[in-house]
Write a protein that binds this ligand. Structure first.
Ligand SMILES: Cc1ncc(COP(=O)(O)O)c(C=O)c1O
Length: 344
């Protein structure tokens, strides 16, 4: 089966499992796990941040950041397709008591002008805007990169208006690999970042957040409060260290594979792909004109050994990753072609 549903479906390779088995560990709730401590130091250095904190998931990372930055009743300005708003089970409302004010972006990016008009004036009967949240790369926009100059503008705006800028950087690795812009440049514009290791980097579990020492100190307290205190977590941190060492530099392969798939799909009758959005490892395509429904196509693809996910009433999403080779992508593109042309 060629599994293009998500970059989260990868399984740890033998080398990663060996690293996990050999990890030096201690009780991280006592701050005594040497492997997680060294990972956190390494991440802070990579991001050019004062400190970093390992957390179990990207969702917990985002939600801790929002909780640190807000008071109940506050408003968070975000892009309408973002993960925090759509795919975190309403956690920002539940855990932080905040509401989200969403703006329709362009390929996942929201501009200074758009955010400016969404910031509430300081009137007692209005919610207080305290956070701008952005996503890079933007998952539901098709893995698009948030332009760094627009991020710089938002940073300026946040500074001027006393707001916090949070970056959901679950796939910041892909953004940096695609643009060549160093991680520090993205992180430098933000008050907090959350990143994931369980996506393109291929670790089985784990995310991290980073910011100032003061921010991470409060985040550490909230991680415990949210039930995310972990014990001999060096087993997971060693998988992340392995992933940083071995899997980070190969992300351009995933991007090239996504591009290949997108170009092959774009040639098919009834399939529409906005090739400009295929900037990293995600391909979202519309099948409205193919004469097939989403569920018919999903079924036919599955029968032929290819898995993708539905992404709206007429759209599908395919994601390339560590466990998908160029040959796999060529095979999958061939299957798509046969199914759409009715020759399968
Ligand atoms: C952009 C983005 N942010 C956050 C997350 C949440 O990560 P997790 O599934 O580890 O909670 C995801 C997961 O797909 C994501 O795509």
């Amino acid at each position: 089966m060629i599994d293009l549903r998500s970059d989260t479906v990868t399984r740890p390779c033998d080398g990663m499992r060996k690293a996990m088995a050999q990890a030096e560990v201690g009780d991280d709730v006592f701050g005594e796990d040497p492997t997680v401590n060294s990972l956190q130091e390494r991440l802070a250095e990579m991001f050019g941040a004062e400190a970093a904190l390992f957390v179990p998931s990207g969702t917990m990372g985002n939600e801790i950041c929002i909780k640190v930055h807000t008071q109940p009743g506050d408003e968070v300005v975000c892009e309408s397709g973002c993960h925090i708003l759509n795919y975190e089970s309403g956690a920002a409302a539940f855990l932080s008591g905040v509401q989200m004010r969403s703006i329709q972006g362009t390929r996942g990016a929201i501009t200074r002008e758009q955010v400016e008009t969404a910031i509430q004036p300081p009137l007692y009967f209005l919610p207080k805007t305290t956070v701008i949240a952005v996503e890079n790369t933007h998952n539901s926009a098709g893995g698009t990169v948030f332009p760094i100059d627009v991020l710089a503008d938002l940073h300026m705006l946040a500074q001027e208006r006393g707001l916090k800028l949070h970056l959901d950087g679950a796939r910041i690795w892909n953004a940096s690999a695609a643009t060549g812009i160093p991680l520090q440049d993205y992180v430098g514009y933000c008050d907090s970042i959350s990143v994931c290791f369980s996506k393109g980097l291929g670790a089985p579990i784990g995310s991290a957040i980073a910011g100032t020492k003061e921010f991470v100190q409060e985040a550490h307290r909230l991680r415990k409060l949210f039930g995310g205190g972990m014990r001999q977590v060096g087993i997971l941190a060693s998988a992340v260290l392995y992933a940083l060492e071995n899997n980070l530099s190969r992300l351009p392969e995933d991007h090239a594979n996504a591009r290949l798939l997108a170009e092959r799909l774009a040639e098919l009758p009834g399939i529409e792909v906005d090739l400009d959005t295929v900037q990293t490892n995600i391909v979202i395509f519309d099948i409205a004109e193919s004469g097939r429904t989403v569920s018919e196509l999903l079924e036919a693809l599955k029968d032929a050994g290819v898995l993708v996910v539905p992404f709206g009433p007429t759209r599908l999403r395919a994601v390339t990753h560590l466990d998908v080779s160029r040959e796999d992508v060529e095979f999958a593109a061939g299957i798509f072609s046969k199914i759409v042309r009715g020759t399968h």
